[in-house]
Design a protein around this ligand. Structure first.
Ligand SMILES: NC(=O)c1ccc[n+]([C@@H]2O[C@H](COP(=O)([O-])OP(=O)(O)OC[C@H]3O[C@@H](n4cnc5c(N)ncnc54)[C@H](OP(=O)(O)O)[C@@H]3O)[C@@H](O)[C@H]2O)c1
Length: 245
């Protein structure tokens, strides 16, 4: 049986991913701060706790002999104007969304390299490309994770390891239950939100194909191009301004 580690497994996208992997015959090590209700090994672990995470990886390898899939999914957002959001919360978010996937990948990758196979999927976000005024630091954590994912993809995909970044837009999960979201108008979010199962499906695509970027829904893949185009236009405009005005 193939072995998978999924972080953020108690709710939302992570929980749907565990269900999907179980259906596909995986043995799943499910991790979140509150004990997940599904998975073969259900662990209450904070992903920022390096020593405990290292022990989880060691225990998994000594019990099952290998790790086939790592899904770095645990994460949360702090919503609000940058001047109003507490730095302490943001530090915790940076550690959870950005640092923890790096730490866990560093622990798991050597085993995958030894096996000469494995898949790592990082759950990024459309926010990596589209930084809104109310999710400044969240967007930055996801932009960092995106950059890390791309670099990892370029480095290890030729060594048999599949690496993929999954970029969802709004998803119907507990994501907006963080207290800071109480001031957010739900209309836009609810209108465009997809089910977590759609993201789990994209994660499966990442696991099986190692496609560098997968957007959910797929039409969001134009976002980076619009952004690049707007930056080129800005650059062009400022060059003219500097020269003639
Ligand atoms: N929902 C969206 O609109 C959306 C859009 C784009 C990207 N995403 C990304 O998708 C991922 C999953 O979020 P979701 O939408 O499924 O939200 P969710 O329903 O709130 O689930 C988040 C999961 O992460 C776990 N988690 C959070 N902090 C953790 C920590 N420090 N250590 C261990 N587990 C932790 C939570 O469990 P515990 O609270 O029990 O720890 C929960 O299982 C996140 O990375 C998020 O940034 C979400």
């Amino acid at each position: 049986m193939p072995i998978a580690i999924v972080t953020g497994a108690s709710k939302g996208i992570g929980r749907s991913t565990v269900c999907m992997l179980k259906d596909k015959g995986f043995t799943v090590i499910a991790i979140s701060r509150s004990t997940p209700d599904i998975g073969d090994v259900k662990l209450s672990v904070d992903v920022i706790d390096r020593e405990t995470v290292a022990k989880v990886v060691e225990d998994t390898v000594s019990r099952f002999g290998r790790i086939d899939v790592l899904v770095n999914n645990a994460g949360f957002g702090v919503y609000g104007k940058f001047t109003d959001t507490p730095l302490q919360e943001e530090e915790y978010m940076i550690k959870t969304n950005f640092l923890a996937p790096i730490v866990i990948t560093k622990l798991v990758l050597p085993y995958m390299l030894k096996q000469k196979e494995g898949s790592i999927v990082n759950v990024v976000s459309e926010a990596a490309y589209v930084s809104t005024t109310t999710l400044a630091v969240y967007s930055a954590t996801k932009a960092g994770l995106s950059s890390f994912t791309n670099s990892l993809w370029a480095t290890v995909s030729k060594l048999g390891i599949k690496v993929s970044g999954v970029y969802p837009g709004p998803v119907k999960t507990n994501f907006t239950s963080h207290p800071s979201f109480s001031s957010m108008a739900q209309n836009g979010f609810d209108k465009f939100a997809v089910e977590p199962e759609a993201v789990a499906k994209a994660i499966w695509k990442g696991i099986t194909t190692g496609k560098r970027e997968i957007y959910v829904p797929s039409k969001l893949r134009v976002d980076p191009y619009f952004l690049k185009l707007s930056l080129i236009m800005q650059d062009f405009t400022y060059r003219i301004i500097r020269r003639y005005f």
